[in-house]
Design a protein around this ligand. Structure first.
Ligand code: FES
Ligand code: FES
Length: 81
């Protein structure tokens, strides 16, 4: 499996709406981070669908190394410099 591009080394704080569908970019190539803009086309990556149960601020992973996608789990702190 190809390693995703590190889009950012820190998470993105996003105010989400309950029940709305979000498409998190897994490939790291989107120009609209942390969400998919279609740039994954032609690669083995596909966006991850996410529907928050409640409204509020969430921290979406920008490094693409989280073990709890699409949210940041702190894995960005272990990235190689
Ligand atoms: Fe990255 Fe679509 S642009 S998954
Ligand atoms: Fe990816 Fe925090 S930004 S784990």
């Amino acid at each position: 499996m190809t390693t995703p591009t590190v889009a950012a080394r820190t998470p993105f704080a996003i105010d989400v709406e309950a029940g709305r569908t979000y498409w998190w970019c897994t490939c790291g190539r989107s120009a609209k981070q942390p969400f998919c803009d279609g740039s994954h086309k032609g690669s083995e990556f596909a966006p991850l669908q996410y529907q928050p149960q409640s409204a509020g601020k969430l921290w979406f992973c920008g490094c693409k190394a989280t073990a709890n996608p699409p949210l940041c789990d702190g894995s960005h702190k272990k990235l190689a410099p």
